[in-house]
Design a protein around this ligand. Structure first.
Ligand SMILES: *Cc1c(COP(=O)(O)O)cnc(C)c1O
Length: 365
């Protein structure tokens, strides 16, 4: 492979000394779960998002699930989700016993189309879960206005968008609560599983803090039947190191994305993602739409260039959601995207020359 789709090793090389120091500090502390590293990371990440509170948890799926729990959303409730997201958004809704109700995207930005949300609201609707997909913020102002009008909660899925700005404000504090994943491939990734909730609501943060740790506030005294979803000290220490570099890495992604977009303008049969004026995306993924995907990906394969499809099958077409009985053609925009999207190589250490090579391979297809 001449240009891999993603390579996490160079990033490790860049900050190895800092990570080694963090590792030693945690090892020598003799304290490995819910300690000073987690507390410090929670403070730093809350500040980074401009949120009043951050609670570190085990992973992104549980972060979203815990947000729903904090608002007492459960069986009999409906939650509006994008039709074209990673399935974890839907699974969080299912995990609390509620029903995911899909709404189609604006195909130019890939994000949930606010104009389609009201038609999906029923008396059972309790929340909207916009996803800042591929690192581009969803159009939050109209979403918040609709939520306000109907008395709904808004839970942001920030898994792909650490550092993205909506009208100059960071994602993670734009709704009532937000779930974020630090899966290793995300823009801010741990070296294992990790996640967090950010919110300005002190009650939400408190409920989640108790629930993540067996429903316990005071050791061996349990207020309720909680779960175990804790961020550990080692991952928190690593995340603190990486958070200090995140803006710089996101800026490198922005530069590569700008180069892609400029080069792709001249290539027929492939459409670059549209960025609204108010959005400052962080390019977790750089996703194009190709008229003839097979021709494009065959050419990339021949050139030794990595690519992926995010995602080949929308949640409603998965066997996991057969029970919803949504037939093919009912959510045509999500299905069309699944058939035409290609994710091109994207990471901070990607070189300008690599971007040019990818574009030239696409031009030859
Ligand atoms: C990665 C991801 C999640 C889930 O995160 P995990 O940490 O893997 O559980 C949720 N939503 C979206 C959109 C994601 O990309």
């Amino acid at each position: 492979m001449t240009i891999p789709f993603l390579d996490l090793k160079p990033l490790y090389g860049e900050i190895r000394t800092e990570l080694d120091a963090a590792y030693r500090e945690v090892m020598e502390s003799g304290w490995y779960i819910l300690g000073s590293q987690v507390a410090a990371f929670e403070k730093e990440y809350a500040a980074y998002c401009g949120a009043g509170h951050c609670v570190g948890v085990g992973n992104g799926l549980e972060a979203l699930e815990l947000c729903l729990y904090a608002f007492d959303i459960g069986p009999g409730d409906e939650v509006i989700v994008p039709s074209n997201t990673y399935i974890a958004t839907w699974l969080a809704v299912s995990a609390v016993g509620a029903m995911p109700v899909p709404v189609e995207p604006d195909p130019r930005t890939y994000n949930i189309d606010p104009d389609r949300i009201e038609a999906a609201i029923t008396p059972r609707t309790r929340a909207i879960m916009p996803v800042h997909l591929y690192g581009q913020p969803a159009d939050m102002d109209p979403i918040m206005a609709i939520a306000g009008k109907h008395g709904l909660k808004v839970i942001e899925d920030c898994a792909q968008a650490q550092g993205a700005l909506y009208k100059g404000r960071p994602v993670g504090a734009l709704g009532h609560a937000a779930g974020v994943s630090f899966f290793p491939t995300k823009n801010l990734g741990a070296f294992g599983d990790a996640g967090a909730i950010t919110t300005n609501d002190a009650t939400v943060a408190d409920r989640i803090k108790v629930r993540r740790n067996y429903g316990s506030r005071v050791k061996y005294y349990n207020e309720n039947k909680g779960i175990n979803s804790r961020l550990d000290e080692m991952q928190a220490a690593f995340l603190r190191v990486k958070l200090r570099h995140l803006d710089r890495w996101n800026e490198q992604r922005r530069q590569r994305a700008a180069e892609y977009t400029q080069l792709l303008q001249k290539i027929a049969g492939v459409q670059a993602p549209h960025v609204p004026q108010w959005a400052a995306p962080v390019w977790h993924l750089y996703v194009v739409q190709a008229k003839d995907r097979k021709a494009m990906t065959d050419r990339l394969d021949r050139a030794g260039i990595g690519w992926m499809v995010h995602y080949p099958l929308p949640p409603h077409r998965q066997q996991a959601y057969a029970e919803l009985n949504i037939s093919k053609g009912e959510l045509p925009l999500a299905e069309d995207m699944a058939d035409h999207v290609i994710s091109l190589p994207m990471y901070p250490q990607l070189a300008s020359a690599d971007v040019a090579a990818v574009a030239s391979a696409l031009a030859q297809a």
